[in-house]
Design a protein around this ligand. Structure first.
Ligand code: Q0N
Length: 286
């Protein structure tokens, strides 16, 4: 891509600079499980994630402006406004899972939210909670309480971000629930534009930064299956792999089944056929 300079790599995405105020986010077909990127790709996974994100950006811009400028015809690249990113991950949890469950079991709290006693793993919370985390350069993000987050972004900005994140989650979780998918939690990233206005950046509710559970298989008291990655996890568990790199190659049936789950998530959530998206990515923008 001669018109762009590479600026950052994530586990599954690449970031390029287009000019002084625009970036290009490119979602690859790489997949990670147990925090390890596998050597086998899932065809079209990056397009599904890009299309879903763009769908949500289009449907939430009345709540919070976002960095999306344009989708490219390849379906996996997004041109974005360059922002000054805030140094916190904005996590909203409607259900008690992952590090939230771990913290709750140890302390009865998550990020300073004291929760009712006796909750089970994956149980729905009385109401969604905002649970910010630091952005770790390597390893895991660390959950932080309000005071720590306020030191990083300021108390006023924190209140604004919390309200925005809770509103975005409520809209997306309600929409997903009506289509048979539980959005257990999500991680959002915000930045500031040149006028210091709050803008939603990164990606919006793709399965890689949200927990998607099929509603019909949901039960508290364990780990519900992941809508998208369960075939991959189940296959990896059969291998006795120690979950350190390198990860295993995936057989064709696991690749095909996983691709089908991504496409199903896309079609259920957007109500748009994935083939239509491939023909013209802008269909998700409504
Ligand atoms: C930005 N990241 C997250 C791998 C690295 N709109 C923006 N403006 C300025 N900076 C960023 C964005 C966005 N989004 C986000 N790093 C910089 C790190 N990831 C992003 C995906 O690629």
């Amino acid at each position: 891509m001669p018109e762009a300079t590479h600026v950052a790599s994530g586990k599954v995405r690449e970031l390029y600079a287009l000019d002084t105020d625009r970036l290009l986010l490119v979602a690859s077909d790489r997949i990670s499980t147990f925090d390890v990127v596998l050597p086998t790709e899932i065809p079209d996974k990056g397009r599904v994630l890009t299309g879903l994100s763009a769908f949500w950006f289009g449907r939430t811009s009345h709540l919070v402006p976002n960095h999306l400028l344009a989708l490219r015809a390849d379906g996996r690249s997004t041109e974005c406004r360059r922002l000054e990113m805030l140094p916190i991950e904005c996590v909203v949890r409607g259900y008690l899972s992952g590090s939230g469950w771990k913290d709750y079991r140890a302390t009865g709290e998550v990020c300073g939210h004291r929760l009712p006693s006796g909750l089970s793993e994956s149980e729905q919370l009385p109401e969604p909670i905002f649970t910010p985390a630091t952005k770790a350069q390597t390893g895991h993000d660390e959950n932080i309480d309000r005071a720590t987050a306020a030191k990083l972004v300021g108390a006023e900005r924190l209140a604004e971000v919390e309200e925005a994140a809770l509103e975005l989650y409520a809209l997306a979780a309600d929409h997903a629930r009506n289509r048979g998918i539980i959005l257990a939690d999500t991680k959002l990233e915000f930045g500031l534009d040149d006028a210091d206005r709050l803008v939603l950046g990164d990606e919006a509710f793709p399965p890689d930064s949200s927990r998607f559970w099929p509603a019909d298989a949901y039960a508290p008291g364990g780990t519900p299956p992941s809508f998208d990655k369960q075939f991959v996890r189940d296959y990896c568990e059969t291998l006795g792999w120690d979950k350190t790199p390198p990860g295993p190659e995936l057989p064709a049936d696991v690749v095909e089944g996983t691709r089908a789950r991504y496409v199903e998530a896309f079609e259920r959530l957007t109500g748009i056929s994935f083939d239509e998206y491939l023909a013209d990515p802008d269909v998700v923008l409504g």
